[in-house]
Design a protein around this ligand. Structure first.
Ligand SMILES: *[C@@H]1O[C@H](CO)[C@@H](O)[C@H](O)[C@H]1NC(C)=O
Ligand SMILES: *[C@@H]1O[C@H](CO)[C@@H](O)[C@H](O)[C@H]1NC(C)=O
Ligand SMILES: *[C@@H]1O[C@H](CO)[C@@H](O)[C@H](O)[C@H]1NC(C)=O
Ligand SMILES: *[C@@H]1O[C@H](CO)[C@@H](O)[C@H](O)[C@H]1NC(C)=O
Ligand SMILES: *[C@@H]1O[C@H](CO)[C@@H](O)[C@H](O)[C@H]1NC(C)=O
Ligand SMILES: *[C@@H]1O[C@H](CO)[C@@H](O)[C@H](O)[C@H]1NC(C)=O
Ligand SMILES: *[C@@H]1O[C@H](CO)[C@@H](O)[C@H](O)[C@H]1NC(C)=O
Ligand SMILES: *[C@@H]1O[C@H](CO)[C@@H](O)[C@H](O)[C@H]1NC(C)=O
Ligand SMILES: *[C@@H]1O[C@H](CO)[C@@H](O)[C@H](O)[C@H]1NC(C)=O
Length: 428
Protein backbone atom coordinates (compact mmCIF):
# COMPACT_ATOMS: atom_id res chain seq x y z
CA UNK A 1 0.00 0.00 0.00
CA UNK A 2 2.89 2.35 0.45
CA UNK A 3 3.09 2.95 -3.23
CA UNK A 4 -0.55 3.83 -3.42
CA UNK A 5 -0.65 5.92 -0.33
CA UNK A 6 2.32 7.97 -1.35
CA UNK A 7 1.06 8.52 -4.82
CA UNK A 8 -2.33 9.46 -3.58
CA UNK A 9 -1.01 11.98 -1.13
CA UNK A 10 0.84 13.70 -3.93
CA UNK A 11 -2.15 13.52 -6.18
CA UNK A 12 -4.60 14.76 -3.63
CA UNK A 13 -2.47 17.61 -2.48
CA UNK A 14 -2.11 18.98 -5.95
CA UNK A 15 -5.28 18.06 -7.75
CA UNK A 16 -8.04 17.97 -5.22
CA UNK A 17 -9.13 19.67 -2.10
CA UNK A 18 -9.52 16.36 -0.34
CA UNK A 19 -8.54 15.56 3.20
CA UNK A 20 -5.94 12.85 3.36
CA UNK A 21 -5.38 10.43 6.18
CA UNK A 22 -2.96 7.83 7.45
CA UNK A 23 -2.22 5.98 10.65
CA UNK A 24 -0.34 9.06 11.84
CA UNK A 25 -2.94 11.60 10.67
CA UNK A 26 -6.57 10.74 11.38
CA UNK A 27 -9.65 12.11 9.62
CA UNK A 28 -11.71 14.98 11.08
CA UNK A 29 -15.05 14.29 12.73
CA UNK A 30 -17.19 15.55 9.83
CA UNK A 31 -15.47 13.24 7.31
CA UNK A 32 -14.46 10.52 9.72
CA UNK A 33 -13.71 7.57 7.43
CA UNK A 34 -10.29 6.96 5.93
CA UNK A 35 -10.76 5.15 2.64
CA UNK A 36 -8.56 2.39 1.29
CA UNK A 37 -6.88 5.15 -0.71
CA UNK A 38 -6.09 7.40 2.22
CA UNK A 39 -8.78 10.04 1.83
CA UNK A 40 -11.41 11.17 4.34
CA UNK A 41 -15.13 11.04 3.70
CA UNK A 42 -18.48 9.51 4.55
CA UNK A 43 -20.69 6.87 2.96
CA UNK A 44 -18.71 4.50 0.75
CA UNK A 45 -15.52 5.69 2.46
CA UNK A 46 -16.81 3.94 5.59
CA UNK A 47 -17.50 0.63 3.82
CA UNK A 48 -15.12 -1.87 2.21
CA UNK A 49 -11.53 -0.80 2.72
CA UNK A 50 -12.23 1.78 5.45
CA UNK A 51 -8.98 2.05 7.37
CA UNK A 52 -9.52 2.14 11.12
CA UNK A 53 -6.00 3.38 11.71
CA UNK A 54 -6.53 6.59 9.73
CA UNK A 55 -10.17 7.18 10.63
CA UNK A 56 -11.46 9.68 13.20
CA UNK A 57 -12.29 6.88 15.61
CA UNK A 58 -12.54 3.14 15.53
CA UNK A 59 -16.36 3.28 15.28
CA UNK A 60 -16.20 5.48 12.16
CA UNK A 61 -15.91 2.56 9.76
CA UNK A 62 -19.06 0.49 9.29
CA UNK A 63 -18.95 -3.07 10.64
CA UNK A 64 -17.75 -5.61 8.06
CA UNK A 65 -20.21 -8.20 6.68
CA UNK A 66 -19.25 -11.69 7.91
CA UNK A 67 -17.97 -14.49 5.75
CA UNK A 68 -20.38 -16.50 3.66
CA UNK A 69 -19.42 -19.84 2.12
CA UNK A 70 -20.67 -19.57 -1.42
CA UNK A 71 -20.00 -20.38 -5.06
CA UNK A 72 -20.29 -17.70 -7.70
CA UNK A 73 -21.02 -18.25 -11.39
CA UNK A 74 -21.44 -15.68 -14.10
CA UNK A 75 -24.55 -16.11 -16.20
CA UNK A 76 -25.28 -12.46 -15.47
CA UNK A 77 -24.24 -9.66 -13.14
CA UNK A 78 -27.40 -9.70 -11.06
CA UNK A 79 -25.48 -10.14 -7.81
CA UNK A 80 -23.11 -7.26 -8.57
CA UNK A 81 -23.62 -3.56 -7.98
CA UNK A 82 -21.74 -0.46 -9.11
CA UNK A 83 -19.47 0.95 -6.43
CA UNK A 84 -21.53 4.13 -6.42
CA UNK A 85 -24.64 2.23 -5.36
CA UNK A 86 -23.48 -0.06 -2.56
CA UNK A 87 -24.43 0.92 1.00
CA UNK A 88 -23.18 -2.06 2.95
CA UNK A 89 -25.91 -4.65 2.45
CA UNK A 90 -23.92 -7.68 1.33
CA UNK A 91 -27.08 -9.78 1.36
CA UNK A 92 -28.44 -7.65 -1.46
CA UNK A 93 -25.25 -7.67 -3.57
CA UNK A 94 -22.32 -10.05 -3.31
CA UNK A 95 -19.99 -7.91 -5.42
CA UNK A 96 -19.22 -4.24 -5.91
CA UNK A 97 -17.56 -3.33 -9.18
CA UNK A 98 -16.21 -0.53 -11.28
CA UNK A 99 -15.05 -0.47 -14.87
CA UNK A 100 -16.21 -2.59 -17.78
CA UNK A 101 -17.38 -6.08 -16.90
CA UNK A 102 -19.40 -8.33 -19.18
CA UNK A 103 -20.54 -11.91 -19.08
CA UNK A 104 -19.97 -14.34 -21.93
CA UNK A 105 -20.42 -18.10 -22.17
CA UNK A 106 -21.04 -18.29 -18.46
CA UNK A 107 -17.82 -16.48 -17.62
CA UNK A 108 -17.09 -13.03 -16.29
CA UNK A 109 -14.92 -10.93 -18.58
CA UNK A 110 -13.11 -8.17 -16.76
CA UNK A 111 -12.16 -5.91 -19.63
CA UNK A 112 -9.83 -2.96 -20.11
CA UNK A 113 -10.73 -0.91 -23.19
CA UNK A 114 -8.16 1.29 -24.84
CA UNK A 115 -6.76 3.97 -22.53
CA UNK A 116 -8.96 2.84 -19.65
CA UNK A 117 -7.99 1.82 -16.14
CA UNK A 118 -9.63 -1.57 -16.35
CA UNK A 119 -12.15 -3.32 -14.14
CA UNK A 120 -12.32 -4.21 -10.46
CA UNK A 121 -14.60 -6.62 -8.62
CA UNK A 122 -14.62 -6.63 -4.83
CA UNK A 123 -16.59 -9.19 -2.86
CA UNK A 124 -18.70 -7.54 -0.19
CA UNK A 125 -18.45 -10.42 2.30
CA UNK A 126 -15.31 -10.35 4.36
CA UNK A 127 -13.42 -13.59 4.94
CA UNK A 128 -11.70 -14.24 8.25
CA UNK A 129 -9.64 -17.24 7.21
CA UNK A 130 -10.87 -19.83 4.77
CA UNK A 131 -10.32 -20.91 1.22
CA UNK A 132 -10.97 -18.91 -1.93
CA UNK A 133 -10.51 -20.44 -5.34
CA UNK A 134 -11.11 -19.13 -8.83
CA UNK A 135 -11.05 -20.66 -12.28
CA UNK A 136 -9.19 -18.00 -14.18
CA UNK A 137 -7.65 -17.21 -17.55
CA UNK A 138 -5.35 -14.24 -17.13
CA UNK A 139 -5.06 -11.26 -19.42
CA UNK A 140 -2.04 -11.01 -21.72
CA UNK A 141 0.24 -8.34 -23.08
CA UNK A 142 3.09 -6.36 -21.58
CA UNK A 143 1.98 -3.87 -19.01
CA UNK A 144 -1.34 -5.62 -18.45
CA UNK A 145 -1.87 -7.19 -15.02
CA UNK A 146 -4.62 -9.43 -13.68
CA UNK A 147 -4.99 -9.71 -9.92
CA UNK A 148 -6.82 -12.08 -7.57
CA UNK A 149 -6.16 -10.98 -4.03
CA UNK A 150 -7.42 -10.92 -0.47
CA UNK A 151 -7.10 -7.47 1.10
CA UNK A 152 -8.05 -6.37 4.60
CA UNK A 153 -8.93 -2.93 5.88
CA UNK A 154 -5.61 -2.73 7.74
CA UNK A 155 -3.79 -3.83 4.57
CA UNK A 156 -3.11 -7.44 5.27
CA UNK A 157 -2.93 -8.92 1.81
CA UNK A 158 -2.55 -12.23 -0.04
CA UNK A 159 -1.96 -12.06 -3.78
CA UNK A 160 -1.96 -13.81 -7.09
CA UNK A 161 -0.83 -11.46 -9.86
CA UNK A 162 -0.42 -12.32 -13.52
CA UNK A 163 1.90 -10.08 -15.46
CA UNK A 164 0.89 -10.22 -19.12
CA UNK A 165 4.46 -10.25 -20.38
CA UNK A 166 5.00 -13.69 -18.85
CA UNK A 167 2.22 -16.20 -19.31
CA UNK A 168 4.20 -19.15 -17.94
CA UNK A 169 3.34 -18.50 -14.34
CA UNK A 170 1.83 -16.34 -11.65
CA UNK A 171 3.40 -14.17 -8.96
CA UNK A 172 2.41 -14.78 -5.36
CA UNK A 173 2.86 -12.40 -2.49
CA UNK A 174 1.62 -11.47 0.96
CA UNK A 175 1.76 -8.44 3.22
CA UNK A 176 1.08 -7.78 6.86
CA UNK A 177 -0.43 -4.32 7.42
CA UNK A 178 1.06 -3.05 4.17
CA UNK A 179 4.65 -3.46 5.33
CA UNK A 180 6.80 -3.90 2.24
CA UNK A 181 9.16 -6.81 2.29
CA UNK A 182 10.52 -7.98 -1.03
CA UNK A 183 11.15 -11.43 0.40
CA UNK A 184 7.42 -12.03 0.55
CA UNK A 185 7.12 -12.41 -3.21
CA UNK A 186 7.55 -15.68 -5.11
CA UNK A 187 6.92 -16.83 -8.66
CA UNK A 188 4.97 -19.97 -9.31
CA UNK A 189 5.01 -21.71 -12.67
CA UNK A 190 1.82 -23.01 -14.20
CA UNK A 191 1.56 -26.16 -16.30
CA UNK A 192 0.96 -25.63 -19.98
CA UNK A 193 2.87 -22.35 -19.85
CA UNK A 194 -0.08 -20.27 -21.01
CA UNK A 195 -2.14 -18.62 -18.31
CA UNK A 196 -4.10 -16.67 -20.95
CA UNK A 197 -5.31 -19.57 -23.10
CA UNK A 198 -5.71 -22.22 -20.42
CA UNK A 199 -8.09 -22.47 -17.51
CA UNK A 200 -6.41 -23.07 -14.20
CA UNK A 201 -7.80 -23.07 -10.69
CA UNK A 202 -5.97 -20.74 -8.34
CA UNK A 203 -6.66 -21.19 -4.66
CA UNK A 204 -5.66 -19.31 -1.56
CA UNK A 205 -6.01 -21.54 1.49
CA UNK A 206 -5.69 -19.11 4.36
CA UNK A 207 -5.85 -20.62 7.82
CA UNK A 208 -4.92 -19.14 11.21
CA UNK A 209 -1.58 -20.96 11.32
CA UNK A 210 -0.75 -21.51 7.66
CA UNK A 211 -1.24 -19.99 4.25
CA UNK A 212 -1.00 -21.91 0.97
CA UNK A 213 -1.14 -20.97 -2.69
CA UNK A 214 -2.57 -23.94 -4.59
CA UNK A 215 -2.76 -24.21 -8.38
CA UNK A 216 -4.88 -26.96 -9.95
CA UNK A 217 -4.87 -28.77 -6.62
CA UNK A 218 -1.10 -28.68 -6.22
CA UNK A 219 0.35 -26.79 -3.28
CA UNK A 220 2.86 -24.42 -4.88
CA UNK A 221 3.80 -22.36 -1.87
CA UNK A 222 3.32 -22.52 1.89
CA UNK A 223 3.78 -19.84 4.53
CA UNK A 224 3.70 -20.82 8.19
CA UNK A 225 2.55 -18.17 10.62
CA UNK A 226 5.31 -19.30 12.98
CA UNK A 227 7.90 -18.19 10.44
CA UNK A 228 6.59 -14.61 10.35
CA UNK A 229 7.34 -13.79 13.98
CA UNK A 230 9.15 -10.51 14.53
CA UNK A 231 11.37 -10.85 17.60
CA UNK A 232 11.63 -7.09 17.98
CA UNK A 233 7.96 -6.20 17.90
CA UNK A 234 6.87 -9.58 19.33
CA UNK A 235 4.24 -9.79 16.62
CA UNK A 236 3.40 -12.25 13.90
CA UNK A 237 3.64 -10.36 10.63
CA UNK A 238 1.11 -12.69 9.13
CA UNK A 239 -2.14 -11.78 7.32
CA UNK A 240 -4.73 -12.19 10.07
CA UNK A 241 -7.56 -9.67 9.71
CA UNK A 242 -10.89 -10.00 7.85
CA UNK A 243 -10.27 -9.53 4.15
CA UNK A 244 -12.23 -9.10 0.94
CA UNK A 245 -11.59 -10.90 -2.33
CA UNK A 246 -10.71 -8.44 -5.07
CA UNK A 247 -10.27 -9.37 -8.72
CA UNK A 248 -9.12 -6.96 -11.37
CA UNK A 249 -7.41 -6.14 -14.63
CA UNK A 250 -5.34 -2.96 -14.54
CA UNK A 251 -2.80 -1.04 -16.60
CA UNK A 252 0.44 -1.32 -14.64
CA UNK A 253 2.29 -0.50 -17.85
CA UNK A 254 0.48 2.78 -18.33
CA UNK A 255 3.04 5.23 -19.75
CA UNK A 256 2.45 7.69 -16.92
CA UNK A 257 3.28 5.17 -14.22
CA UNK A 258 6.51 5.01 -12.28
CA UNK A 259 9.36 3.37 -14.22
CA UNK A 260 9.72 0.57 -11.69
CA UNK A 261 6.07 -0.32 -12.03
CA UNK A 262 6.25 -0.34 -15.80
CA UNK A 263 9.37 -2.48 -15.70
CA UNK A 264 7.73 -4.93 -13.30
CA UNK A 265 4.75 -5.15 -15.65
CA UNK A 266 7.03 -6.06 -18.55
CA UNK A 267 6.96 -2.71 -20.31
CA UNK A 268 4.55 -0.10 -21.54
CA UNK A 269 1.12 -1.19 -22.67
CA UNK A 270 0.51 -1.43 -26.40
CA UNK A 271 -2.93 0.11 -26.87
CA UNK A 272 -2.94 -1.17 -30.44
CA UNK A 273 -2.37 -4.83 -29.63
CA UNK A 274 -4.04 -7.89 -31.07
CA UNK A 275 -6.61 -7.98 -28.25
CA UNK A 276 -7.43 -4.29 -28.65
CA UNK A 277 -7.78 -4.68 -32.40
CA UNK A 278 -9.85 -7.86 -32.26
CA UNK A 279 -12.03 -7.21 -29.25
CA UNK A 280 -11.62 -3.57 -28.38
CA UNK A 281 -10.18 -4.40 -24.97
CA UNK A 282 -7.73 -6.43 -22.97
CA UNK A 283 -9.50 -8.94 -20.78
CA UNK A 284 -9.21 -11.56 -18.07
CA UNK A 285 -11.75 -14.37 -17.91
CA UNK A 286 -13.19 -15.60 -14.63
CA UNK A 287 -15.13 -18.81 -14.18
CA UNK A 288 -16.52 -20.25 -10.98
CA UNK A 289 -15.34 -18.77 -7.69
CA UNK A 290 -15.67 -20.85 -4.52
CA UNK A 291 -15.44 -19.39 -1.04
CA UNK A 292 -15.32 -21.65 2.02
CA UNK A 293 -15.21 -19.86 5.36
CA UNK A 294 -13.03 -21.22 8.12
CA UNK A 295 -14.33 -21.57 11.66
CA UNK A 296 -14.02 -18.42 13.73
CA UNK A 297 -10.56 -18.49 15.34
CA UNK A 298 -10.54 -20.08 18.76
CA UNK A 299 -10.47 -17.48 21.45
CA UNK A 300 -12.23 -14.85 19.36
CA UNK A 301 -14.87 -12.72 21.03
CA UNK A 302 -18.29 -13.56 19.58
CA UNK A 303 -21.40 -11.56 20.47
CA UNK A 304 -23.35 -12.09 17.24
CA UNK A 305 -23.15 -13.49 13.73
CA UNK A 306 -23.59 -10.50 11.44
CA UNK A 307 -20.39 -8.49 11.32
CA UNK A 308 -16.72 -8.24 12.19
CA UNK A 309 -15.67 -5.19 14.17
CA UNK A 310 -12.21 -4.08 15.27
CA UNK A 311 -11.84 -3.50 19.00
CA UNK A 312 -8.41 -1.90 18.67
CA UNK A 313 -6.58 -0.02 15.95
CA UNK A 314 -3.72 -2.51 16.28
CA UNK A 315 -5.64 -4.56 13.73
CA UNK A 316 -4.35 -7.94 14.91
CA UNK A 317 -6.36 -11.17 15.04
CA UNK A 318 -7.08 -10.64 18.73
CA UNK A 319 -8.56 -7.21 17.95
CA UNK A 320 -11.46 -8.57 15.92
CA UNK A 321 -14.89 -9.33 17.38
CA UNK A 322 -17.86 -10.99 15.71
CA UNK A 323 -20.98 -8.92 16.48
CA UNK A 324 -24.63 -8.53 15.62
CA UNK A 325 -24.17 -4.91 14.55
CA UNK A 326 -25.56 -3.83 11.21
CA UNK A 327 -23.22 -3.31 8.28
CA UNK A 328 -25.66 -1.08 6.38
CA UNK A 329 -25.54 2.70 6.03
CA UNK A 330 -28.65 4.79 5.52
CA UNK A 331 -27.12 7.00 2.86
CA UNK A 332 -23.86 8.22 1.40
CA UNK A 333 -23.78 10.82 4.15
CA UNK A 334 -23.90 8.21 6.89
CA UNK A 335 -20.91 6.80 8.77
CA UNK A 336 -20.31 4.15 11.39
CA UNK A 337 -20.86 6.90 13.95
CA UNK A 338 -24.31 7.71 12.55
CA UNK A 339 -25.25 4.74 10.37
CA UNK A 340 -28.94 5.51 9.87
CA UNK A 341 -28.45 9.10 8.73
CA UNK A 342 -30.58 9.73 5.67
CA UNK A 343 -32.13 6.28 5.74
CA UNK A 344 -35.58 7.71 5.14
CA UNK A 345 -34.66 9.62 2.07
CA UNK A 346 -35.55 8.24 -1.34
CA UNK A 347 -32.32 9.39 -2.89
CA UNK A 348 -29.32 8.09 -1.12
CA UNK A 349 -27.19 11.11 -1.79
CA UNK A 350 -29.56 14.02 -1.50
CA UNK A 351 -30.16 13.47 2.15
CA UNK A 352 -26.90 14.75 3.42
CA UNK A 353 -24.75 17.72 2.95
CA UNK A 354 -21.85 15.61 1.79
CA UNK A 355 -20.96 15.95 -1.84
CA UNK A 356 -20.48 12.81 -3.85
CA UNK A 357 -16.79 13.53 -3.98
CA UNK A 358 -16.34 12.89 -0.30
CA UNK A 359 -18.77 10.04 -0.03
CA UNK A 360 -17.54 7.74 -2.78
CA UNK A 361 -13.81 7.25 -2.98
CA UNK A 362 -12.06 8.56 -5.01
CA UNK A 363 -13.07 11.28 -7.38
CA UNK A 364 -9.78 11.91 -9.03
CA UNK A 365 -11.14 12.61 -12.46
CA UNK A 366 -8.65 14.15 -14.77
CA UNK A 367 -5.60 12.85 -12.98
CA UNK A 368 -3.47 10.03 -14.11
CA UNK A 369 -2.41 10.83 -17.59
CA UNK A 370 -3.62 9.09 -20.68
CA UNK A 371 -5.76 6.66 -18.81
CA UNK A 372 -7.58 9.47 -17.22
CA UNK A 373 -11.10 9.32 -16.22
CA UNK A 374 -12.52 11.62 -18.78
CA UNK A 375 -12.09 8.83 -21.27
CA UNK A 376 -13.86 6.31 -19.23
CA UNK A 377 -17.54 6.13 -19.84
CA UNK A 378 -19.83 3.75 -18.11
CA UNK A 379 -18.55 0.73 -19.89
CA UNK A 380 -20.74 -1.72 -21.72
CA UNK A 381 -21.73 -4.03 -19.00
CA UNK A 382 -24.39 -6.59 -19.56
CA UNK A 383 -26.42 -4.99 -16.84
CA UNK A 384 -26.88 -1.92 -18.94
CA UNK A 385 -25.64 0.26 -16.17
CA UNK A 386 -26.64 3.86 -16.15
CA UNK A 387 -23.97 5.79 -18.00
CA UNK A 388 -24.39 8.80 -15.79
CA UNK A 389 -23.54 7.01 -12.63
CA UNK A 390 -20.46 4.97 -12.91
CA UNK A 391 -17.12 5.40 -11.39
CA UNK A 392 -14.01 3.40 -11.28
CA UNK A 393 -12.38 4.01 -8.04
CA UNK A 394 -10.25 1.13 -7.08
CA UNK A 395 -6.95 -0.14 -5.99
CA UNK A 396 -5.32 -3.43 -6.59
CA UNK A 397 -3.87 -3.61 -3.17
CA UNK A 398 -0.17 -3.23 -2.85
CA UNK A 399 1.55 -3.34 -6.18
CA UNK A 400 4.37 -5.67 -5.77
CA UNK A 401 7.37 -5.07 -7.74
CA UNK A 402 10.77 -6.31 -6.95
CA UNK A 403 11.98 -3.97 -9.60
CA UNK A 404 10.48 -0.93 -8.01
CA UNK A 405 12.63 1.30 -5.92
CA UNK A 406 11.71 3.52 -3.06
CA UNK A 407 12.11 6.41 -5.44
CA UNK A 408 9.63 4.95 -7.81
CA UNK A 409 7.13 4.63 -5.08
CA UNK A 410 7.66 8.15 -3.93
CA UNK A 411 7.48 9.70 -7.36
CA UNK A 412 4.23 10.58 -8.94
CA UNK A 413 2.70 9.57 -12.19
CA UNK A 414 1.76 6.58 -10.24
CA UNK A 415 -0.21 3.50 -10.73
CA UNK A 416 -2.51 4.79 -8.15
CA UNK A 417 -3.50 7.97 -9.86
CA UNK A 418 -4.57 5.98 -12.83
CA UNK A 419 -6.21 3.25 -10.85
CA UNK A 420 -8.42 5.52 -8.91
CA UNK A 421 -9.33 7.68 -11.85
CA UNK A 422 -13.02 8.16 -11.74
CA UNK A 423 -15.28 9.25 -14.45
CA UNK A 424 -17.90 11.78 -13.58
CA UNK A 425 -19.78 10.84 -10.48
CA UNK A 426 -22.94 12.48 -11.47
CA UNK A 427 -26.40 11.91 -10.15
CA UNK A 428 -26.77 8.79 -8.12
C1 LIG B 1 -30.51 -6.25 2.83
O1 LIG B 1 -30.98 -6.80 1.64
C2 LIG B 1 -31.84 -7.91 1.85
C3 LIG B 1 -32.10 -8.55 0.50
O2 LIG B 1 -32.43 -7.58 -0.45
C4 LIG B 1 -33.09 -7.43 2.56
O3 LIG B 1 -33.97 -8.52 2.79
C5 LIG B 1 -32.68 -6.81 3.88
O4 LIG B 1 -33.81 -6.26 4.51
C6 LIG B 1 -31.65 -5.72 3.67
N1 LIG B 1 -31.16 -5.31 4.97
C7 LIG B 1 -31.06 -4.04 5.34
C8 LIG B 1 -30.56 -3.80 6.71
O5 LIG B 1 -31.37 -3.12 4.60
C1 LIG C 1 -17.78 -17.78 -26.28
O1 LIG C 1 -18.15 -18.79 -27.16
C2 LIG C 1 -18.05 -18.43 -28.53
C3 LIG C 1 -18.59 -19.57 -29.37
O2 LIG C 1 -18.03 -20.79 -28.95
C4 LIG C 1 -16.57 -18.14 -28.86
O3 LIG C 1 -16.45 -17.73 -30.19
C5 LIG C 1 -16.08 -17.03 -27.94
O4 LIG C 1 -14.70 -16.82 -28.15
C6 LIG C 1 -16.31 -17.41 -26.49
N1 LIG C 1 -15.94 -16.30 -25.65
C7 LIG C 1 -15.04 -16.40 -24.69
C8 LIG C 1 -14.75 -15.18 -23.90
O5 LIG C 1 -14.46 -17.44 -24.44
C1 LIG D 1 9.34 -13.28 -10.97
O1 LIG D 1 9.50 -13.26 -12.38
C2 LIG D 1 9.76 -11.97 -12.90
C3 LIG D 1 9.86 -12.08 -14.40
O2 LIG D 1 8.67 -12.59 -14.90
C4 LIG D 1 11.04 -11.41 -12.32
O3 LIG D 1 11.23 -10.10 -12.78
C5 LIG D 1 10.93 -11.41 -10.81
O4 LIG D 1 12.15 -10.99 -10.25
C6 LIG D 1 10.59 -12.78 -10.28
N1 LIG D 1 10.35 -12.71 -8.85
C7 LIG D 1 10.93 -13.52 -7.99
C8 LIG D 1 10.58 -13.33 -6.56
O5 LIG D 1 11.68 -14.42 -8.34
C1 LIG E 1 10.16 -5.94 13.20
O1 LIG E 1 9.63 -4.97 14.07
C2 LIG E 1 10.44 -3.82 14.21
C3 LIG E 1 9.80 -2.97 15.30
O2 LIG E 1 8.45 -2.69 15.00
C4 LIG E 1 10.53 -3.11 12.89
O3 LIG E 1 11.34 -1.97 13.00
C5 LIG E 1 11.13 -4.07 11.87
O4 LIG E 1 11.14 -3.45 10.59
C6 LIG E 1 10.30 -5.34 11.80
N1 LIG E 1 10.94 -6.29 10.91
C7 LIG E 1 10.42 -6.61 9.74
C8 LIG E 1 11.15 -7.65 8.96
O5 LIG E 1 9.40 -6.12 9.29
C1 LIG F 1 -27.70 -15.32 13.76
O1 LIG F 1 -28.17 -14.83 14.98
C2 LIG F 1 -29.58 -14.66 15.01
C3 LIG F 1 -29.97 -14.10 16.34
O2 LIG F 1 -29.19 -13.01 16.65
C4 LIG F 1 -30.29 -16.00 14.78
O3 LIG F 1 -31.67 -15.80 14.70
C5 LIG F 1 -29.79 -16.59 13.47
O4 LIG F 1 -30.33 -17.89 13.31
C6 LIG F 1 -28.29 -16.68 13.45
N1 LIG F 1 -27.88 -17.11 12.14
C7 LIG F 1 -27.00 -18.09 11.97
C8 LIG F 1 -26.65 -18.43 10.57
O5 LIG F 1 -26.50 -18.67 12.90
C1 LIG G 1 -22.66 -1.95 17.95
O1 LIG G 1 -23.98 -1.57 18.20
C2 LIG G 1 -24.18 -1.07 19.51
C3 LIG G 1 -25.68 -0.86 19.70
O2 LIG G 1 -26.22 -0.21 18.59
C4 LIG G 1 -23.39 0.21 19.68
O3 LIG G 1 -23.55 0.70 20.98
C5 LIG G 1 -21.94 -0.11 19.46
O4 LIG G 1 -21.17 1.09 19.49
C6 LIG G 1 -21.74 -0.76 18.10
N1 LIG G 1 -20.37 -1.17 17.99
C7 LIG G 1 -19.65 -0.87 16.94
C8 LIG G 1 -18.26 -1.33 16.99
O5 LIG G 1 -20.09 -0.29 15.97
C1 LIG H 1 -37.62 8.06 9.57
O1 LIG H 1 -38.69 8.94 9.66
C2 LIG H 1 -39.54 8.69 10.76
C3 LIG H 1 -40.73 9.63 10.70
O2 LIG H 1 -40.40 10.75 9.97
C4 LIG H 1 -38.78 8.85 12.05
O3 LIG H 1 -39.59 8.56 13.18
C5 LIG H 1 -37.60 7.89 12.04
O4 LIG H 1 -36.81 8.07 13.19
C6 LIG H 1 -36.75 8.11 10.80
N1 LIG H 1 -35.74 7.08 10.75
C7 LIG H 1 -34.46 7.34 10.49
C8 LIG H 1 -33.57 6.18 10.46
O5 LIG H 1 -34.07 8.47 10.27
C1 LIG I 1 -15.08 15.25 -9.31
O1 LIG I 1 -13.91 15.99 -9.53
C2 LIG I 1 -14.02 16.85 -10.63
C3 LIG I 1 -12.66 17.47 -10.87
O2 LIG I 1 -12.07 17.83 -9.65
C4 LIG I 1 -15.11 17.90 -10.35
O3 LIG I 1 -15.24 18.77 -11.47
C5 LIG I 1 -16.42 17.18 -10.15
O4 LIG I 1 -17.41 18.07 -9.79
C6 LIG I 1 -16.27 16.15 -9.03
N1 LIG I 1 -17.49 15.38 -8.96
C7 LIG I 1 -18.17 15.28 -7.84
C8 LIG I 1 -19.38 14.46 -7.91
O5 LIG I 1 -17.82 15.81 -6.82
C1 LIG J 1 -19.72 0.56 -25.87
O1 LIG J 1 -20.57 0.21 -26.92
C2 LIG J 1 -20.65 1.21 -27.93
C3 LIG J 1 -21.68 0.77 -28.92
O2 LIG J 1 -21.81 -0.61 -28.96
C4 LIG J 1 -19.26 1.37 -28.56
O3 LIG J 1 -19.30 2.37 -29.56
C5 LIG J 1 -18.28 1.77 -27.48
O4 LIG J 1 -16.97 1.83 -28.00
C6 LIG J 1 -18.30 0.77 -26.35
N1 LIG J 1 -17.46 1.24 -25.26
C7 LIG J 1 -16.64 0.46 -24.63
C8 LIG J 1 -15.87 1.10 -23.54
O5 LIG J 1 -16.49 -0.73 -24.88
Amino acid sequence: MVRFATALLALSATALATTTCSSSSQCPEDKPCCSQYGECGTGAYCLGGCDIQGSYSIESCAPMPVCESKSYTWDNLDNSVLNTKYLGNASAADWTYSGYPKTENGSLLMTMPKESVGTLFANNHYLWYGSVSGKIKSSRGKGVVTAFILLSDVKDEIDYEWVGADLTGVQTNYYWQGVLDWHNSANVSVSGDDTFDDWHTYEINWQPDQLQWIVDGNVMRTLNKADTYNETSKQYQYPQSPSRLQMSIWPAGQASNAPGTIAWAGGEIDWDSEDIQNDGYYYATVGQIDVVCADIPSGASVTGNNSYVYTSTSGMESDVEVTSNSTVLGSLGATGLDPTLGANSTSSSSSSSSSASDSIPSNTSGSGGSGSAGEQAAGNSTTGSNPTSTSSSFSQGTTTSNAATQNDRALGGSVFAVLVAVCGLMTL
